[in-house]
Write a protein that binds this ligand. Structure first.
Ligand code: CAO
Length: 415
């Protein structure tokens, strides 16, 4: 079956996580993604966090599926010629080098636009224009600068970063969307454009509800659904809300049977207003359905801690999966806290292709996360990441280089 992006060619000049997340997605949608790497070394992640000596790390393999790899020293004049040939033949160049690196290599936007006016040039940077624009940035810096860390964690603890890679993978997703929009606009304009996704901005976009709360706090002096209310005074900035729900339906993480030994024996429980009577029934507090202290969402706000403590008395008598079964029968929104082990073994995620087993010639079989976006006419088949320079000869001959030319480039250590 054909794929959504068949016929599109991506010059993948990305490394580490944010850029590769974006180009992997484009590859899964059917684009021909050509990853350009430094000869001899390649993407630094190939060798980082290795679990098998000499094998490309899981960090690399899990972010570079369905791509081709070509090694080129793009600082060498002949390497620059290879890159120029690729620029002329590709639709999109994606990069996430440190600010200025592409310009220093001689590939400014003006130069690229001159070589291929239809090319979309897409970049991830840590920050947009401003005092930090020249900074190098990794995941957790973006989480801190984008508002996630100051609003994550508990009130009496330090700021916390989250395991979800919202700075890297989150920004890669934003960039992919920008590329798609630029390619659509090119259909009418005939021209490429620059697409920039700064990591700080992407994280802030994902933390939008906290900027909402900042303004509510400034207007009213309190946030009644936060765990601080009504006992602790609010300061000037949105405080850390622990596990409280970020939305209008109060929620919390509650212990389940076995919590003393199992660090993940917990459930997320949401006291959605629509199912309040059902919740009261399940926990045997039917009096709360009509009691004026509990009968409306507003009346419940000052008592949330006490309400969740009572619900937890009930969840502690059930495993998280037993609790799920009972609560789902009443349409009460809840979710088990799943460990990575449980997720890796989840049959539904495997059946849907979101957890996939891939075979690799050096490392053997490993698990990865497949395409989380499912399309009815563009199915994703996950294929292994390329070995370093595996497709150098193939790509160069497609660009018109003869076998003798390729041999000469290799002798000069350009590729
Ligand atoms: N041939 C020759 N040189 C190459 C090359 C190639 N094929 N590919 C890259 N290089 C060069 C670059 O031109 C650059 O050279 P100069 O510094 O001399 O200009 C150099 O390799 C290193 O690039 P870098 O500065 O981007 O790499 P780094 O490891 O020092 O920094 C990172 C890594 C991630 C901090 C930085 O790239 C960055 O801030 N990127 C933008 C934000 C980002 O994406 N962060 C997410 C990281 S995790 O996803």
């Amino acid at each position: 079956m054909s794929k959504a992006l068949n016929g599109y060619r991506i010059l993948d000049f990305t490394h580490v996580q944010s850029g590769p997340t974006c180009t992997q997605l484009l590859a899964w949608f059917g684009a021909d993604v050509i990853k350009v790497e430094r000869a001899g070394e390649g993407d630094a992640t190939r060798g980082q966090l290795r679990d098998i000596p000499e094998a490309d790390s899981l960090y690399f393999t899990m972010l570079n599926h369905n791509k081709r790899s070509i090694t080129v020293n793009t600082k060498h004049p002949k390497g620059k010629q290879v890159l120029e040939a690729l620029i002329k033949q590709c639709d999109v160049l994606v990069e996430n080098f440190a600010p200025g690196a592409l310009d220093r290599m001689g590939f400014t936007w003006e130069r690229i636009h001159e070589l291929n006016p239809r090319m979309v040039v897409a970049s991830v940077k840590g920050f947009g224009p401003g005092k930090y624009e020249a900074c190098k940035v990794y995941e957790n810096v973006a989480q801190c600068a984008g508002g996630a860390a100051s609003t994550t964690g508990f009130d009496d603890g330090p700021p916390l970063v989250t395991g979800a890679q919202i700075g890297d993978s989150g920004t890669g997703l934003h960039l992919a969307l920008g590329i798609m929009a630029a390619l659509l606009q090119r259909q009418t304009s005939g021209k490429g454009q620059k697409v920039l996704a700064p990591m700080q901005d992407a994280v802030l976009n994902l933390c939008r509800v906290k900027l909402r709360d900042q303004q509510r706090l400034e207007r009213t002096g309190e946030l009644q659904e936060y765990p601080q209310y009504p006992d602790i005074e609010f300061g000037e900035a949105v405080p850390r809300a622990g596990n409280a729900s970020g939305g209008g339906q109060p929620g919390s993480i509650l212990k389940c049977k076995g919590w003393q030994k199992d660090p993940n024996a917990y459930i997320y429980f949401i006291t959605q207003a629509a199912v309040w009577p059902a919740i009261c029934k399940v926990i045997d507090e039917e009096g709360w359905i009509t009691d004026p202290h509990f009968s409306t969402p507003k009346a419940r706000l000052p008592h949330l801690k006490m309400i969740f403590a009572r619900i937890e008395e009930w969840t502690k008598t059930k495993t998280k999966f037993e609790a799920m079964d009972i609560l789902n029968a009443y349409d009460i929104p809840c979710g088990p806290i799943l460990s990575m082990k449980e997720i890796a073994e989840d049959e539904a995620l495997r059946a849907s292709g979101t957890v996939v087993e891939v075979d690799h010639p050096v490392r053997g079989k490993y698990l990865t996360v497949g395409n989380p976006i499912k399309m009815s006419d563009s199915p994703t088949v996950v294929t292994r990441s390329p070995l370093l320079g595996e497709h150098t000869d193939e790509v160069l001959s497609q660009l018109g280089y003869s076998a003798a030319d390729i041999q000469a480039l290799r002798a000069e250590q350009v590729i």
